[in-house]
Design a protein around this ligand. Structure first.
Ligand code: S3P
Length: 187
């Protein structure tokens, strides 16, 4: 598997609560890759929590830091990168994401609601009805997430380990269909 990826990094995209970090860590372990969580790096660079960045500097400033971090991560080989759910919104981010293999973890709204009910760390979800908010965000982003090289739709009850295995099974198929030319697409 690692041989067929030839060091190509993996970017996990998808909604908040879709399990990018959890699945990403398992995947990185299987591939003997490094794991990065872009939100964690943003917090380190800003020396503030995501909530504080949104409060003090606003979403636009957050998105600028996010792009800067993504640019740096896109230079890394042999890495699995869990991105923030809104990374797909900025056109410039796509040129960074396209440096690797992009995988969308597509998770049903019901499950996202269940996972995020008690969450206090995502500023975009702290006001209003959670389901309505998630539905609106997903409607706005679905087509963008759909630009991924590989789409993994979560079935009820699948564990992170099972998802990672499924991803590992599917990667060679995507690399084949891309005729080994994924890195030059849309750059
Ligand atoms: C966001 C997702 C969050 C974080 C920020 C904004 C979004 O990351 O970057 O709260 O716009 O969807 P996760 O997807 O890791 O929760």
């Amino acid at each position: 598997m690692t041989a067929s990826l030839q060091g190509l990094s993996i970017f996990l995209i998808g909604m908040m609560g879709s399990g990018k970090s959890t699945v990403g860590k398992v995947l990185a372990h299987h591939l003997n890759y490094r794991f990065f969580d872009s939100d964690v790096l943003i917090e380190k660079v800003a020396q503030q929590s995501i909530t504080e960045i949104f409060q003090d500097q606003g979403e636009t400033a957050f998105r600028e830091i996010e792009t800067q971090i993504l640019r740096e991560l896109s230079a890394c080989l042999r890495s699995v990168i869990a991105t923030g759910g809104g990374v797909v919104l900025e056109q410039m981010n796509w040129s960074h994401l396209r440096q690797g293999l992009i995988i969308w973890l597509d998770v049903p709204i019901d499950l996202l609601v269940q996972r995020l009910e008690k969450d206090r760390t995502r500023p975009l979800l702290q006001q209003g009805d959670l389901r309505a908010k998630l539905t609106t965000l997903l409607d706005q982003r679905k087509a963008l997430y759909g630009e991924a090289d590989l789409i993994i739709s979560l079935q009820a009850g699948q564990s992170p380990e099972q998802l990672a295995e499924l991803i590992l099974e599917r990667i060679p198929l995507v690399l084949k269909s891309g005729e080994g030319d994924l890195r030059s697409q849309n750059n």
